[in-house]
Design a binder for this molecule. Structure first.
Ligand SMILES: [Zn+2]
Ligand SMILES: [Zn+2]
Length: 142
């Protein structure tokens, strides 16, 4: 009886260790996963850069990346544009929705050059920066 209990504990320890290692591998790497790692539930905002259209909508992040990898031009520095359902122009790009509840602006990723891609050009808030600042505060606050 005792031996089998010991074995069970050892198995549990191994399972927990593997779980932690997995969490570190997937969570700490900062990206590097494949498209199939993206949940079907995950959505992204997209925006039509056609000035007379400016349509914004949400689409599956997985579908977006599938399109980009299938249509990417290795010579072009920017991601390929999707065709807009509204105006029919190939001018749909990945967008961010401002996390500032009072603002809620939808804008193209990287609208503010040399800054966080989710920096809102309207209210100047960046969710990435907010998270980083919160982490800094946590670290210094102990
Ligand atoms: Zn459009
Ligand atoms: Zn904003």
């Amino acid at each position: 009886m005792e031996e089998s209990k010991k074995k069970l504990v050892m198995i549990l320890v191994i399972v927990v260790c593997l779980g932690v290692a997995g969490a570190v591998f997937f969570g700490g790497g900062g990206g590097g996963g494949t498209i199939d790692d993206i949940s079907d539930e995950e959505m992204t905002w997209v925006i039509c850069m056609n000035k007379s259209c400016n349509a914004t909508s949400e689409m599956s992040l997985k579908e977006y990346f599938k399109f980009v990898t299938a249509n990417a031009n290795p010579m072009a520095p920017t991601a390929p544009a999707l065709t807009c359902e509204k105006c029919g122009e190939p001018s749909i790009y990945k967008a961010e929705k401002c996390q500032n509840a009072a603002c809620g602006n939808v804008f193209r990723s990287g609208a503010v050059p040399n800054d966080f891609p989710d920096r809102c050009p309207k209210c100047k808030q960046s969710a990435t920066e907010e998270i980083r600042n919160a982490r800094k505060r946590e670290m210094s606050g102990g």
